[in-house]
Design a protein around this ligand. Sequence first.
Ligand code: NAI
Length: 790
Amino acid sequence: MNKISDILTTMDYGVAPESDEHARAWLGAHSGGFGQFIAGAFTPPAQLFDVFNPARGERIARVSQGTEADVAAAVAAARKALKSWSALSGDARARHLYALARHIQKRERLLAVIESLDNGKPIRESRDIDVPLVARHFYHHAGWASLIADEFPGHKPVGVCGQIIPWNFPLLMLAWKIAPALAAGNTVVLKPAEFTPLTALAFAEICVEVGLPAGVVNIVTGDGATGAALVENDDVDKIAFTGSTEVGRAIRQATAGTDKKLSLELGGKSPFVVFEDCDLDSAVEGVVDAIWFNQGQVCCAGSRLLVAESIAERMYAKLRARMETLRTGDPLDKSIDVGAIVAPVQLERIKRLVEAGEREGAKIWRAPGPLPERGCFYPPTLATEVEPASILAREEIFGPVLAAMTFRTPDEAIALANNSRYGLAASVWTENVNRAFEVAAKIKAGVVWINSTNLFDAASGFGGYRESGFGREGGREGLAEYLVAPAGPSKPAKAVKAPLSALPGRAPAPDGDAIDRTAKLYVGGKQARPDSGYCYAALDPDGKVVGLAGLGNRKDVRNAVEAAAKAASWGAATAHNRAQVLYYLAENLESRAEEFAARLAAQTGAHAREARAEVETAVRRAFYYAGFADKYDGAVHATKTRFVTLAMNEPWGVMGIVCPDEAPLIGFVSLVLPAIAMGNCVIAIPSASHPLSATDFYSLLDTSDVPAGVVNIVTGEAATLAKTLAEHDGVDALWCVGPRELAKTVEAASAANLKATWTRLPPRDWAEEQGREYLRRATQVKNIWTPYGE
Ligand code: NAI
């Protein structure tokens, strides 16, 4: 037997097992299998499938495979509960959330052990990170429930939310989904991942225990087919998904044109950027947390190490030395650093990808410590000499594998960091504060940790750029995903009397004196002939030709996107500068108000007085967004001690905007101005029926110091042009006003690069439409975490 004095001398490793007695008793009590949790009670178990403990390869539970009927019953229960739940006062909902938080805390140890048994993650992590963050999330959102009425005036819950979560943080992802949804007055149907359903079922029992009204939370277990049934259910108002980009893309297509609100939190290949002036030992510890936390099965794992060439060998040597001390083994051993991979299929995937990387020439070094003889384990692995095009640098491995590359200059580091289709997170290591913030600003990622990594808090939003998805979870912006902003008074769209006419062919001769020329397109600050060489006639309500406009096509849209991308420095201009330009635009519009009003009246048949009023509203709107340009700013979130967490509103970059057909001037202005006020460059598709108000805008843009490429205008058939914008990888976000069919087309086409879309804006009175919602939709939030103190 070891004597304490011997142990103190050798300081050797000894196991420190966490007891699984209570968790096994809980599992034993459910040995007949779990049913679905619908309307506050469990259904009888049916179509059972096995749930395994990946560390031992043993079956620990049996869970029901949710059918379409189960999903429908759960959605019906959520619908039934919605009315009274959303009608509860914020304080009453807060009490429920608070009770959930308290009861989670009371069962902290049990939940942590079940999580480790089910997922294979080290108990140190489930106990010290996952479950405390779960409780924190419910507390934080209990607060929001009380504050929503004041902080989000006029907002309403979205309704019934279908939520689909992955297996890497089963209970934490549940909390990220359920807490904000409930706080905002929604009801939910949640589908946990098939590998890890157990803590969600334990949570269902907590819901019963705290007296949460039946149907507010429903949990349906099953695999991807069950998830797909939830996505396809017509009575679901919103889908929130976390998981692979591939499934996210399928969900984007399945929900296209359905009016379902959607948020997607998808994969990542996050850079961990190490400059030569960093504190190298801290950076090495950072890597341990970045890629070996949760066996690297973390969507924001720092899986690409980008290190300054001058210190690369030194860093690799230190890393290898540190990796030698990492212990991989039984997740319930409190001395373990790296636990089990979630399932054999995931282990195979990791092996396959590493072998492919090795074949491509990467040098693979695996931590030498022993691995348990059975169960799903993979050692911490360092791949060096990885080319940026290598599979190891591109694919999300979702395992404990770090792909290392070097750079020489900060610019090269930024280029490498952004050389990914993903944009979830990044870590930047340098003692130079100027460099840290410059790099943080230039990296396209939703979260940037400076001299730190993998930090999460309920008060800070989390979510990605690019193919990492859209929408945020946590913080104010996460809550907004579960609310519907008040719209201005609705006004049924006026049927356009003179639809798009005279498609390819010789344009008819204009009638009357109103016409003096054929309007071209406006691309990169210049008027450009349409590639097709065709124009079309804009008609007045009596069918008379009031003017000719260019018939834009795919090529014109591509040119416009290129021009918009070149004008990116607009996003870096000061907000004051952008405001000045908008004021100037307003001033110039005002000085030509008569002309714009006459054009409006000629196109739409509006009375002269109405047309004049519309121009005046457009001028006021330009003043409004000029005023907001430097006021829609970010926040400093109250997260962890000794961290400043900055939430910065960043423009999307290049935005496509398909304007309403029936409101040629005010519709165009109401959408384009908030987008450019926030620093985006825009390709606008103006009203197809009445394009001339937008084409008259060219000279206003020219005379108002709007830099070339910031606003590009392509006239023509909305459906064709919108689809091209939706498919274009260079377009970061797309707003599209139009009928359901058009929404369906653009949403389905947008799945290619997973751009954020805003469609189906309800018929509205554009004269009344302005506000923060437009600014929120014109930006995405980047959270930058910076530690302070020595
Ligand atoms: P997955 O995306 O298939 O699974 C995530 C969730 O979606 C599960 O609940 C699953 O049942 C559900 N699902 C699957 N197909 C569905 C469909 N057609 N409609 C609706 N729901 C569906 O992820 P999987 O297969 O478990 O892991 C594969 C890879 O995905 C991993 O190796 C990793 O690269 C990535 N992944 C990324 C995650 C992240 O947090 N970003 C989480 C999990 C996986």
